[in-house]
Design a protein around this ligand. Structure first.
Ligand code: ACO
Length: 371
């Protein structure tokens, strides 16, 4: 047996959802650049789940379904109110709430294709409501009910703040959602697929995926990027901060990628959004610092920013709290997880690799009193 540490280079499945070839990312054959500039997130959800862009009637129906399913059971709101909210990370709250959602869905264990699509809509619709509700509860505020007439992007910002967002914020947030929606067999998507490949249910698959996204080597990096920017504080502090980090062999969050070696195609969109939004908010400093950090890390380490680096200053500029950055990633990525879960069910085989055993051998049991 040969082992591939971290499964690097292993092709674990065929998939018709998204591809990364020569550092170009496509969803269902559409270049991410084209989608980021033109598509609504709702169109992207449809594209990922059904394999084609929707016509106007299909899009209206999806939007209607999402709006109708956006409310969450009041028991979940009560459950979230019962946490010692200042100690609970929003990703842990989201993971638990999604698992709990399954308890309220009578179809949870019905694996028929139609039932799975209905559950996909419910999960996609309710996850933003959970994230917004937990954020408000934590801030001592009452949750805001979903606004059925707003776009997916605008509705989330509305539920978070209680105010309808301006056009610039809505468009920026929509673009961020489109850019994060799917990414081939990333760690959380793989986790979700492994889970449902046992023929477990969709809620288990998405709960498992959220758990994987939470880690700092994956989706959890964006929150830590903003922490780093705050720790650095000023452009003049960048060099000593990074030199110390390099000397300590620390990983710089938001840099490097397992698959992209010449740059993450999503980063340029987020860089430009960061430039525009930070200049609107009068906090260009975050953009300028980010660009300087980018240059220095590229020069010193040959590493390029991934999707998480500039998304940090983008979300910060939209007035979003830093520990909500990763749950926001989940709001978008759940569309991809669900597409992959549906694809896994449609052509399922248990995912069960092997381990190369390197532990002790030929041990003989010793009774406890003799140990
Ligand atoms: N900062 C400093 N050094 C780095 C970084 C980084 N961000 N990323 C990779 N390296 C170095 C490693 O230290 C290692 O050096 P070595 O060979 O001298 O030991 C080499 O580059 C290879 O790194 P690995 O960690 O083995 O690469 P891998 O493909 O396993 O990891 C990962 C990819 C996890 C993204 C890594 O680059 C990393 O930890 N980045 C920081 C966290 C991050 O931004 N995660 C988000 C990724 S995008 C996403 O999931 C949405």
């Amino acid at each position: 047996m040969t082992t591939a540490r971290g499964l690097e280079g292993v092709v674990a499945t065929t998939s018709g959802i998204s591809s990364i070839v020569d550092d170009v990312l496509t969803y269902r054959g559409y270049n991410i650049d084209d989608l980021a500039d033109n598509a609504s997130f709702e169109e992207v959800i449809y594209l990922l789940w059904y394999g084609k862009l929707p016509n106007a009637a299909e899009l209206d129906e999806l939007k209607k379904d999402l709006a109708e399913n956006a409310e969450i059971p009041k028991q979940i709101i009560e459950q979230m109110k019962s946490y010692s909210v200042d100690k609970v990370h929003p990703m842990a709250a989201l993971r638990t709430a999604v698992s709990t959602l399954g308890l309220f869905d009578e179809e949870a264990d019905n694996l028929d294709q139609e039932a799975n699509y209905r559950k996909a809509v419910r999960l996609q619709a309710k996850i933003p409501t959970i994230v917004a509700a937990f954020t408000r509860i934590r801030d001592g505020k009452e949750p805001v009910n979903p606004h059925g007439k707003l776009s997916f992007a605008a509705n989330f910002l509305y539920m978070l703040t209680g105010k309808e967002p301006d056009n610039i914020s809505e468009k920026a947030f929509n673009k961020a959602l489109v850019l994060h929606a799917d990414h081939e067999l990333n760690a959380s998507t793989f986790t979700g697929r492994v889970c449902v490949a046992t023929l477990s249910d969709i809620y288990s698959g998405v709960t498992a995926a959220i758990g994987a996204l939470k880690g700092p080597l994956h989706g959890g990096a964006n929150e830590r990027v903003m922490k780093m920017l705050h720790e650095i504080g000023e452009v003049d502090n960048i060099k000593p901060y990074l030199q110390k980090a390099f000397a300590n062999k620390e990983k710089i969050m938001g840099f490097g990628h397992r698959v992209y070696k010449n740059g993450d195609p999503r980063a340029k969109h987020l860089r430009e959004m960061s430039r525009q939004l930070t200049s609107i908010t009068g906090e260009s400093k975050w953009y300028e610092m980010s660009v300087k950090i980018e240059q220095m890390i590229q020069n010193e380490k040959g590493l390029l920013p991934n999707v998480d680096f500039f998304s940090a200053s983008v979300y910060h500029s939209l007035g979003i709290k830093h520990d909500i950055f990763t749950p926001i990633f989940a709001i978008s990525r759940v569309s991809g997880w669900l597409a992959h879960i549906l694809e896994q069910y449609s052509n399922n085989r248990l995912i069960r690799p092997r381990a190369d055993y390197v532990g002790k051998t030929n041990q003989t049991y010793v009774p406890i009193e003799e140990r």
